[in-house]
Write a protein that binds this ligand. Structure first.
Ligand SMILES: Cc1ncc(COP(=O)(O)O)c(C=O)c1O
Length: 453
């Protein structure tokens, strides 16, 4: 943690020297903090805002509880969830369901496996289409492909980086069975409009809440608004066990089907009933989760509080707007803390120059997903597969290929999205959050220097 005091700030409502050199007209500039320290960007040889130590805490989160829990499991010899009803995995399922206000939880070996379990459980397979976002982890797409359904992409709302329901509606046809919204960065997607579409067209909704445990929207936990919700506990996530995941839901029968599917087709009663992969979480993963779950809600609240502070600070800064939130968003898990960069406001400097300057100030801001899924090789691979050619007409596959125009997603991946990976950073102190603000503000105020980077 950084203890060193940082520069004094003063509140101004007129143009700073840096502003005068910029492209934005003075009239639209709101008051904002000015960093009164070095006016030379660190990337140009000035003093960085964050002097040496990094912001936030190391990730994944490890404490004595985590270590002891794993040792306990090792010594117990209960290494598979089916060895005991009171093992770590079944216990975690109960604890996590309660914390999420969910009726039921089924743990899996990853978030991708949780999503795939949900697709299987809803009976979605060959010939069916699931509409989802081009901007996510590839596990989102993989979960649909492993069920041999077709992942149909719809473009984003560029300000929220979330699936745009209006673009979704255009992709609905007679083969569409479900919508899979992704709550990107851990903030809620536009669930109100997505649920309206689901009702209108009689579609299932699988929430990819892999980044969003505990986030709330319109009085409900994210993941429990649609038919099923899926969480990831991969090493980078807010609750992490290396690789792990969970399906949550309130429909008992459907959740029992999820259990059966991830148990390679065998029900809890031991009947071999259906087709299912073996996606069971093992007890060591359960042990890490049980060791970590105690403080997970508190860490969520800290992240949400710190992100709310950053949102307040950045909301009036031209050129680095906080990720748009939809009405009814109550809290976010902020897997990443994201801003939308506008190069016009930064003297025309492209995103890479802005990032170079901010990183030199000691703030690990980065771009995130390099390519929307429409620009990745799986599209042609799937079109070339005999099984897809058998399941879908050539016209349908051609239409799928030709509907890959995602200009908003391209803008987000190529130009606008910048973010902090939030799991550890947003657990930093108030002083550290202020340094993030100061670093970005310093680059804004001195943006005329960016052209020389
Ligand atoms: C939005 C999203 N969906 C799906 C996944 C897949 O989860 P996992 O890596 O646990 O398989 C992730 C994980 O990165 C994710 O962030």
């Amino acid at each position: 943690m950084i203890k060193k005091k940082i520069n004094r700030r003063k509140f101004i409502s007129t143009l700073s020297a840096g502003t005068a050199a910029g492209a934005i007209s003075p009239g639209i500039l709101p008051p904002f903090y000015i960093n009164s320290g070095s006016n030379t960007l660190a990337a140009m040889g000035g003093t960085p805002v964050v002097p040496s130590a990094k912001i936030g805490v190391d990730w994944p989160y490890i404490d004595e509880n985590v270590v002891n829990s794993v040792v306990e499991t090792t010594k117990s010899g209960i290494w598979s969830r089916i060895q005991s009803r009171n093992g770590k995995v079944p216990t975690f399922e109960g604890v996590f369901a309660e914390m999420m206000n969910a009726g039921y939880c089924v743990a899996t070996g990853s978030g991708t496996q949780a999503l795939s379990t949900a697709v299987f459980a809803l009976g979605i397979g060959p010939g069916d289409e699931v509409i989802t976002s081009p901007y996510s982890d590839f596990g989102t797409i993989s979960s649909i492909l492993t069920c041999r359904a077709l992942p149909v992409l719809a473009d984003l709302d560029p300000e929220s980086f979330q699936l745009d329901p209006k673009k979704v509606e255009k992709k609905i046809n007679a083969n569409t069975k479900a919508i899979m919204p992704v709550h990107i960065s851990g903030l809620p997607a536009n669930m109100e409009e997505i649920m309206e579409l689901a009702e209108k067209y009689n579609l299932k909704v699988i929430e990819d809440a892999c980044q969003a445990p505990f986030s709330r929207y319109q009085g409900q936990e994210i993941g429990l608004i649609g038919d099923l919700g899926c969480i990831s506990f991969q090493a980078s996530k807010a609750i992490a066990c290396g690789e792990g995941g969970a399906v949550i839901g309130n429909d008992k029968e459907l959740m029992e089907e999820c259990y059966t599917i991830q148990n390679r087709g065998s029900s809890r009663q031991g009947k071999n009933e259906t087709i299912g992969p073996k996606y069971r979480m093992n007890e060591f993963e359960g042990a890490v989760l049980m060791g970590q779950i105690k403080g997970a809600k508190e860490r969520f609240y800290t992240r949400d509080k710190n992100a709310t502070f950053l949102n307040d600070q950045f909301k009036d800064l031209p050129g680095a707007k906080p990720q748009k939130q939809y009405d009814g968003t109550e809290s976010g898990s902020y897997y990443r803390y994201a801003l939308s960069y506008n190069q016009e406001a930064f003297n025309g400097a492209d995103r890479s120059k802005f990032l170079k300057a901010v990183v030199a100030e000691g703030i690990p801001l980065s771009s995130y997903i390099r390519n929307g899924f429409h620009r990745e090789p799986w599209v042609d691979h799937v079109l070339g597969l005999k099984e897809y050619q058998t399941m879908y007409s050539s016209e349908r596959l051609m239409e799928f290929k030709e509907s890959m125009d995602m200009p908003n997603c391209d803008k987000v991946t190529d130009e606008t999205h910048v973010s902090l990976w939030g799991s550890g950073i947003l657990l930093g102190s108030q002083e550290e959050m202020q340094m993030i603000v100061d670093g970005v503000m310093k680059v804004y105020e001195n943006r005329h220097q960016l052209k020389d980077l």
